[in-house]
Structure formats: C-alpha cells, structure tokens
Write a protein that binds this ligand. Sequence first.
Ligand code: TYM
Length: 335
Amino acid sequence: MTRVFSGIKPTGHMTLGNYLGAVRQWAEVDQYRGEALFSVVDLHALTVEHEPARVLRLSRQVATLLLAAGLDPAVCTLFVQSHVDEHVRLSYLLECTATDGEMRRMIQYREKGARARAAGESVRLSLLTYPVLMAADILAYGADEVPVGDDQTQHVELTRDLAVRFNQRYGQTFVVPRAVKPEVAARVMDLQDPASKMGKTTAGTGGVVFLLDEPEVVRKKVMRAVTDSGSGVEYDPVGRPGVANLLEILAACGGGDGSGPAVLAEGYATYGALKRDVADAVVEVLRPVRERHAELAADAGYVDGVLREGAERARGMARGRVDGAYRAVGLMGRG
Ligand code: TYM
C-alpha cells in the first residue's frame, strides 16, 4: 500500500500558495491514495525568530484549516510533529549521515540565512539542519510519496540521498521517497512581486492571499496584482510572470473547466477582465474552507482529540522503523 507523508509549518497564516500547491491535493487525492499522514510540523517553526504564543496559536489554526480543507481523520492521520518523539530521534541519526557541505548547499538555508544576516540577526543552527529533520519526518514513516509544492523539491532530493546512503552503509532500513507536485500552481507567486514565491512570512502581505482573508480582501489583492508592461493576455511565465501567475491561479481554481493557463489566456483581451475572473474563482474556492473553519474553530476539543489520536497512530507507525535504524547504526537496543 502506498504510504504518503507531507507537512506544513506553523510559521504564518496559511496562504493560497500552500493550498493550491499542496493542501488541496492532500484533501482531494492524496489521503485516499493509501496510508496517508499529514503533520503540522511545529518544530520547523523554531528555526527562525519566533514568538512562542504565536507558534502555539498558529499550530492549532493550521490543524483546524487542514480539517476544514477536507482532511478526514477517519481516512488519514493528522498530527503535530512535536507530539511524536521519533522525528527528533531519527533526525540525529540522519545528521550523522549527512555532510555539512550538503546542508550548506540548500537554497532555503542560503536565502533565509542571508536575509537574517543582512538584518543583523544571528542564524540558528537549526536553520542549517532543518532539512535533516524534514528527511526524518518522511523516512520515519517509510513514505513512498511526498506531495509538496515546487520549493520543497531540493529537500526531498536530499531525503532520497540520505535514505540511499543510510541503506548502503547500514543495511536496508528506509524507503526511498519521491516528491509529487501538482500539475499547475506548484509555485504560486506573490501578487505584488511575481519574481518571489507567495509565502506565509513575507513582510508586506499585499501580494499574499491568506485562506482566512475576507472575500473583499481577496478581491482587492487580486485586482491590485502587478501585471506586466505590454498589452494582451498571453501565457509567458518568463517574459510576463505576473499575468502567467494569475492564469495559473485561475486554472488551478477551476476557471475554464480544466483548461490549462495557455488556453485560458486566449479568452481574455484585458488584464481587468482576467483579474475579475481570478478574484471570483479564488473567492469561490476558499469559501467552503472558510465556512468549515469557522465551525471547527468553535470546537477546539474536537480538533485536540483528532490531534491526540493522530499522534498515537503516528507513533505506532514510526517507532519500529526508528528503533531499527538505532540498532542498524550500532546503538544498543532498549531491550
Ligand atoms: P511550508 O510550510 O513552507 O509549505 C507547505 C506546503 O505548501 C507548499 N507551498 C507552495 N506551493 C505552491 N506555491 C507556493 N507559493 C507555496 N508555498 C508553499 C510547499 O511546497 C509545501 O508543500 N519544509 C516544508 C514542511 C515540511 C515537510 C516535511 C513537507 C517539513 N517536513 C516533510 C513534506 C514532508 C515547508 O517548509 O513547507
């Protein structure tokens, strides 16, 4: 049976990028593909400057939004990473498998590290080792598939390298996983800055659509999206990234009944008309998620119960493999 694992960090409010690039597929397809686990990876939120109360609040909000988006606890396992010790236990063994050069090559480390240094902040060691913890998240469960957006490709590649290396050195222990990306919207760009990914932690949020934004706010953000100079609507991700981003969002939100962005472009003469349709499509896609979130948020006991049970199931799935890895590297079993 296919094992699926994916995760999301509670570092900010969930964005349209998270939803179209990952979460929607988890809910609509991936949870039914076999045995699926989805995690609010809260330990990963500590790799950068963080406010404890905010991480706590966002962890619950992200879990609630995942349920609102359609993850069904009767079908998949939803849990909080820090509730399952196996992630950190395994992470250390993988730190002993990875090299420092490998870690320093990771694009996200280089970008986020450079930003922190430029702002005069120190860089936490965990920002460097973070992809190893991510590898542990995946390998602990023997996941075959990791549904993620485009920005996580390098981390999943590293996970594969570590699995292969560990298996070669210490004997067959881990499944070598592969990344699975959506056909469109694998990288939703910031509406104000189409050269950058739409991110949870972007400083200016005018170009970021959050799942819980009011419909009027969504409309405003879309209508103010930066388009490109040049007239006519054309799908050209390199030359016209702003318009291409809008077309991809529209295609992902079901505008044009399944047509790809290039075909959709043919139906528009002006940027204004395109933006209006994008705004409508996004509002409609987010509406049921917002409504269900409001219901679930009123019942914190239910969400906590789901997470408790999820953690117990997850622990049961990870324990044996992580114990096996400890024995394989020569550590004394706990008897
Ligand atoms: P995170 O929390 O940044 O994002 C969660 C998921 O959303 C996708 N995503 C996007 N997709 C398209 N366009 C965007 N603008 C966009 N922004 C985010 C991400 O690719 C991701 O799939 N390191 C991971 C979390 C993680 C993880 C794991 C994922 C930790 N352990 C194990 C898979 C397996 C991260 O930072 O995702």
